[in-house]
Design a protein around this ligand. Structure first.
Ligand code: SF4
Length: 448
């Protein structure tokens, strides 16, 4: 199979079989039907959970439909984010320009929904015809008195990572505009958690138990007003670093806010994240509260994990996720269940992240950047995996091959972060791998 797509060779590595080399962060191979999303989609998934903002897609209706309700991001209040608005550009607009249509759409939607702010996404066709989003947004902002932010996310101008950068640049325009009075010296912003299935509520609760104030969720269950005062926090705690590290860097430059990278997936990484925050503040009382918290949570979940561990020991797992940072936690989580990871890949990993993955994975593990259905299929068959962890685009590939599946992407409905999340993850992996349905769905290699 790898011979079929010779141009993809340099984006595939097998641990231990040759010195590490892997090319990444480049445009997808034309015709390979990449699993990766476009620039616009990249920025849409980052900004989507800001629940009291209007999200208007300036482009053809298809771009808006593609990203409609794209994350399982829950809100504790308004749910404006769940609606997808589009200027529905037509042939006439492409010829004569869509600025006036965009202006009218913004005025109508702001009058109708009274949002606290608006994000206007640029799509491929807008980049081609050259509509001046900045000018339209400035005009509406002056008339309506709310932030109206253009997101420069033309789909063709790079890969999904460029969309993350566009989203960070858009948020950076709001940060710094609010009042920071009353913010504790022990305060953080949570960057890179998107409140899928309510995960940020669990994480916030841990921080509150430690005595840490959370100023802004960026962006799960996010609010425009919280973003505006996020520059008052003492520390940025960054998960999903691919999507929000750019924003942390901007905030460090502008407001001297340091950042740390964390992961809330798996027992080890979750506990380490809390300890890292406590260590940063260096408060003995906070450290003691953190120890107590971790001890209590472990005492609750470890005995329950045992049952799954016994059943799953020796089973094989493949991982294909959006950002490779999450893959590290998943490798550790599978090890905790005594399972073997035989393939790991991502849409947007960096060379350094892949190198570190190669260091922690077993010999023979396939490391892959920006894969496609053909490759994934061949890897799953070659390694005879029992479960694939991925997102909505990978699910049918697994099921067609008669392989179990766990959704760990932004559409998921099960909370997989935090200590409880590890237990949920084990339960989901167990349910899929051990399902009796596999007795009736023959694996493809057995059909031949
Ligand atoms: S922005 Fe471009 S690549 Fe992305 S969904 Fe729209 S048309 Fe497709």
């Amino acid at each position: 199979m790898e011979a079929l797509l010779a141009d993809r060779h340099e984006q595939i590595h097998r641990t231990g079989e040759q010195p590490f080399t892997l090319v990444c962060n480049k445009d997808s191979l034309a015709g390979a039907v990449s699993q990766r999303a476009c620039v616009f989609c990249g920025s849409r998934v980052v900004l989507y959970p800001i629940a009291d903002a209007l999200h208007l897609v300036h482009g053809p209706i298809g771009c808006a439909v593609y990203t409609w309700d794209i994350r399982g991001a829950l809100s504790s209040g308004p749910e404006l984010h769940r609606l997808s608005f589009s200027t529905d550009l037509q042939e006439r607009d492409v010829i004569f320009g869509g600025e006036e249509k965009l202006y009218r759409a913004l005025i109508e939607l702001i009058d109708r929904h009274s949002p606290k702010g608006a994000f206007v996404y640029s799509t491929c066709i807008v980049g081609i015809i050259g509509d001046d989003l900045e000018a339209v947004c400035r005009r509406v902002e002056a008339e309506k008195g709310i932030p109206v932010i253009p997101v420069q996310s033309e789909g063709f101008k790079g890969n999904k990572r460029a969309g993350y950068t566009a989203a960070c640049n858009a948020m950076a325009r709001i940060i710094g505009t609010g009042d920071t009075a009353g913010i504790s010296p022990f305060s953080i912003n949570i960057l890179g958690d998107f409140n899928l299935a309510g995960e940020i509520w669990m994480i916030r609760e841990y921080f509150e138990r430690m005595g840490v104030q959370v100023v802004a969720n960026i962006t799960g269950d996010g609010r425009i007003a919280d973003l505006a005062r996020a520059h008052g926090a003492a520390l940025n705690v960054v998960q999903c670093s691919g999507s929000t590290m750019d924003l942390a860097k901007i905030m460090e430059e502008r407001y001297a806010i340091p950042s740390i990278r964390v992961s809330y997936f798996g027992i080890e990484d979750m506990a380490q994240s809390l300890y890292d925050v406590a260590d940063h503040f260096g408060d003995p009382e906070m450290l003691e509260k953190t120890r107590k918290l971790v001890k209590e949570e472990l005492a609750r979940i470890v005995p329950q994990l045992q049952r799954y561990k016994e059943a799953l020991a020796g089973k094989k797992a493949a991982i294909y996720v959006g950002g490779s940072f999450k893959a590290f936690s998943l490798v550790k989580a599978f090890r905790l269940l005594d399972m073997q990871v035989v393939m790991v890949g991502s849409q947007t990993g960096t060379e350094q992240e892949y190198r570190e993955l190669a260091e922690i994975t077993d010999p023979g593990t396939i490391i892959v950047d920006d894969t496609n259905p053909l490759e994934l299929t061949s890897f799953l068959e070659e390694k005879e995996v029992d479960i694939l962890v991925g997102g909505v685009k990978e699910r049918p590939i697994a099921y067609k091959l008669g392989v179990g599946f766990c959704d760990h992407n932004h559409e998921r409905k099960e909370a997989l972060a935090g200590f409880q999340g590890m237990l949920n993850f084990a339960e989901e992996v167990y349910s899929s791998v051990m399902s009796p349905v596999w007795r009736f769905a023959m694996r493809t290699k057995d059909r031949r």
